[in-house]
Ligand binder design. Sequence first.
Ligand code: 6CS
Ligand code: FE
Length: 297
Amino acid sequence: MTMEQVTDQYPTRLATAHDPVQRPHPTVWGSAGDGPFDAVDLQAHEERGFSILDDFISADEVAAYNAELTRMSSDPALQSDPRLITEKKTGEVRSVFEVQAFSEQLAALARDPRLLDRARQLLGSDVYLHQTRVNYMPGFKGSGFYWHSDFETWHAEDGMPAPRAVSCSIALTDNYPFNGGLMVMPGSHRTYVPSVGETPDNNHESSLKEQEVGVPSQAAVTVMAERHGIEQFTGKAGSALWFDSNIMHGSGNNITPYPRSNVFMVFNSVENALVEPFAAREPRPTYIANRDFTPLS
Ligand code: 6CS
Ligand code: FE
């Protein structure tokens, strides 16, 4: 599929402000018979743009994945790898991308039926991994993520045509209201908020530390917060948050002693494969935006 064949229904990063776009695409593409979510679950996901599953993985799995996180963050070979992102201020490990390249266990998790069946049901097709990452959000020094829509970035910088992608964020530590828990605006996924400003080359070298380009204006955040409210994902380690690629979300800094670590697996429909970026000169590296669209099995 080339740019000519893909009309840009989600204009973004223009020189001047563009009105918000009402999403022409559905949120849920599959149906109740296709997987573990029942009709009530799917209706709620369509309306709210996210679903919370308690006890999604076991305590043993949580312990095993945390050991992987510790191993990766202290692996000497990873310290100079571009997939390891450090905190701007303190140099602490902030994120590791493409975790399946460093951990067999996390690679297997991406193929686990508990994830694959749900991703396929929500996206109504076979799926592949668009992106995986671990956010460490360390105690005392973890900095947050300003309000944003993932899809705005994936559309502008990775060439994702439509918001037919879903993130599964699994808590590997207890997510409290006070240690940087993810905030979402329920229902905001149905409005696409174009952002203003050209994308700098290699924007990801700074945006993964602190995103400045591609974030909504304070006026837009205010309107969205008034209209949708703000809810916070809290839950014990092992719980999961499934959220739509276009939901407005963000998290605050973590000044408590309690880390808020989670692993994200982002699934994209094989029918929504990346094309050329819609608002950047070069596509981002494949460790941030995978370009092997082979369906996961
Ligand atoms: O640019 C990205 O792909 C990443 N940035 C944020 C703030 N969330 C989604 C993703 O991890
Ligand atoms: Fe995000």
